[in-house]
Each structure stands twice: as structure tokens, then as C-alpha cells.
Design a protein around this ligand. Structure first.
Ligand SMILES: NC(=O)c1ccc[n+]([C@@H]2O[C@H](COP(=O)([O-])OP(=O)(O)OC[C@H]3O[C@@H](n4cnc5c(N)ncnc54)[C@H](OP(=O)(O)O)[C@@H]3O)[C@@H](O)[C@H]2O)c1
Length: 258
């Protein structure tokens, strides 16, 4: 293989959860540009159609499948539809996620369940399903979980989210250990502050200005700042990388005040 083809995903089928907004849109576009057929999953079908159309206009291949990642039957139907469209999914990007903010003592059961259910339980379920189908189809593959720097360090007011993302990082290691022998690599990306719908309003305010001062590179991230890590972990360029979490945060998580 030539160096130029290291990141080539031609022949791969990549399923991206949370592909209706923010990072997931960018991930889908990047994977398609690298040659993968892309399966777009989220609840908002109208938004997925827009993403699919953009990818197709740029010469890529995509299918949009509306599904809630917390719904097991919808998950199986999504993999079935993906297989019908393009064949076995060989790259799974577990990106769908939700956040809740508020001090730990004010978090109610519903919020805790919603965050853990979406950010952690669903990552496990979709990884299991993807891996089972890769093995049934005699395929290797790559699973890339979108964690967060809040899975490694923690701030006040994000207990459920931070716990869910710490779980994703440990789940990544556990799956890597069991699936590596079978040709399936499992890794994670832990982004720092990347401006998306999830946080745009918050980061535009005073709190955002204070956070920015703590980021060594002096700016928030943009979705495109994750392109390199994603392609590395999804492609043959990362063929010996398994169970790792790549932190992409401008250096914030290693910084100590003082
Ligand atoms: N932006 C950051 O600074 C940052 C930093 C670290 C980690 N992350 C992580 O990156 C991922 C993407 O975040 P983002 O910033 O791009 O947020 P976003 O713009 O709010 O996107 C979240 C995506 O998740 C989907 N989603 C949420 N719940 C779902 C469900 N039950 N079923 C299916 N899809 C669901 C949403 O689609 P629908 O609403 O259409 O279902 C949407 O496409 C998340 O896991 C987040 O925790 C983000």
C-alpha cells in the first residue's frame, strides 16, 4: 500500500450515529470523502436527508436511517437497512450523545438515565451488534467511540455526562481486548471543547471566555480538528492501534492552573 492510500476507506461501510448535527455531520462527510459508503443514523430524519444529499452531491454514497440509539429494535433494523444498502458495516462511529448540566444533588433519575442510556448503554449495544455482524460477515473492522476529555477529568455540574464518558473510555479498552484477536479494533476520541449546537450558546457567553483562557492553543476546537484522529482510527493507517483514546483538546486536559 502506498502512503497516499493509508487513509483510504474505499470498500468500507461506515455507520455514524448522531449524524444529524454537529460532529457527526462532519464525521460522515469526512468518511465519505475518504471513500467509505456512509450510513447516517439519528432521530431527525429531515436533517439526515440534508446530510445525505450533501454527501451525494460531493460524489459520495450515503443512506439515511432514522433511529433512536436507545431503541434495540430500531438498532437492529438500522443494521439490516445498512446491509441491504451497502453490505456489512465495517466501521462504527459511536457519536450520538446528550449532555445535562446541573449540580450532582439536583440531577434527577430521568436525566441520569437519559445521559447514561444514550452515551454509554447505547455505545455498548451498537458496538456489540456491529461486532457480531462483522464476525458473521467474516469481516474485520474498526469501532471509534466518541468520548470526551470529561471522561478523563471532571468539572462541576456534569456528573452524569462525565461518568458516561469515563465509561466509554473503559468500555473501549474492554472491547479492544476481546475483539482485537478477531480483527476488530476499538478506539476512542476524547474531544475537548468543539463548537457545535451542543454548546454554541454556552461558549459564546462569559463562561466560554473563561474556558478559552484555559486552552493552551488559545481557541475552541472546530469539527474539522477531529478529522485526523477519526481517519487514523478508522483506516488502515491505525491498524496496530487498539484500545486507545486520542485526546483532541488543544492541550486543555493536561493543563494545571498556576
Ligand atoms: N462538541 C463538543 O465540544 C464535544 C466535546 C466532547 C465530546 N463530544 C461528544 O461528541 C458527540 C457529538 O456531539 P455534538 O457536539 O456534535 O452534539 P450535537 O450537535 O448535539 O449532536 C448530537 C447528535 O446525537 C444525536 N442523538 C442524540 N440522542 C440520540 C438518540 N437517542 N438517538 C439517536 N441519535 C441521538 C443527535 O441527533 P438527533 O437529535 O437527530 O437524534 C445529534 O445528531 C457527543 O457524543 C458528545 O458527547 C462533543
Amino acid at each position: 500500500m502506498t502512503i497516499a492510500r493509508l487513509f483510504d476507506l474505499t470498500g468500507q461501510v461506515a455507520l455514524v450515529t448522531g449524524a444529524s448535527s454537529g460532529l457527526g455531520v462532519r464525521f460522515a462527510e469526512v468518511l465519505a470523502e475518504a471513500g467509505a459508503a456512509v450510513v447516517l443514523v439519528a432521530r431527525r430524519a429531515d436533517r439526515l436527508t440534508v446530510v445525505k444529499n450533501t454527501i451525494e452531491q460531493n460524489g459520495g454514497r450515503a443512506v439515511a436511517i432514522a433511529a433512536d440509539v436507545c431503541d434495540g429494535a430500531a438498532m437492529k433494523a438500522a443494521f439490516d437497512a445498512a446491509e441491504q444498502a451497502f453490505g456489512t458495516v465495517t466501521a462504527l462511529i459511536n457519536n450520538a450523545g446528550v449532555v445535562t448540566s446541573g449540580r450532582a444533588l439536583d440531577v434527577n433519575d430521568a436525566d441520569w438515565r437519559r445521559v447514561i442510556g444514550t452515551n454509554l448503554d447505547a455505545v455498548f449495544a451498537w458496538s456489540q451488534e456491529a461486532a457480531r455482524r462483522m464476525l458473521a460477515g467474516n469481516k474485520g473492522g474498526a469501532i471509534v467511540n466518541i468520548a470526551s476529555m470529561l471522561g478523563l477529568a471532571v468539572a462541576k455540574g456534569v456528573a452524569p455526562y462525565a461518568v458516561s464518558k469515563a465509561g466509554v473510555i473503559q468500555l473501549t479498552k474492554a472491547l479492544a481486548l476481546e475483539l482485537g484477536f478477531k480483527g476488530i479494533r476499538v478506539n476512542a476520541i476524547a474531544p475537548g471543547w468543539i463548537v457545535t449546537d451542543l454548546n454554541r450558546d454556552y461558549l459564546a457567553g462569559e463562561a466560554g471566555a473563561a474556558i478559552k483562557r484555559e486552552i493552551p492553543v488559545g481557541r475552541f476546537g472546530a469539527a474539522r480538528d477531529l478529522d485526523g484522529a477519526l481517519l487514523l482510527l478508522a483506516s488502515d493507517a491505525g491498524r496496530f492501534i487498539n484500545g486507545t483514546t486520542i485526546v483532541v483538546d488543544g492541550g486543555q486536559v493536561v493543563a494545571v492552573r498556576g
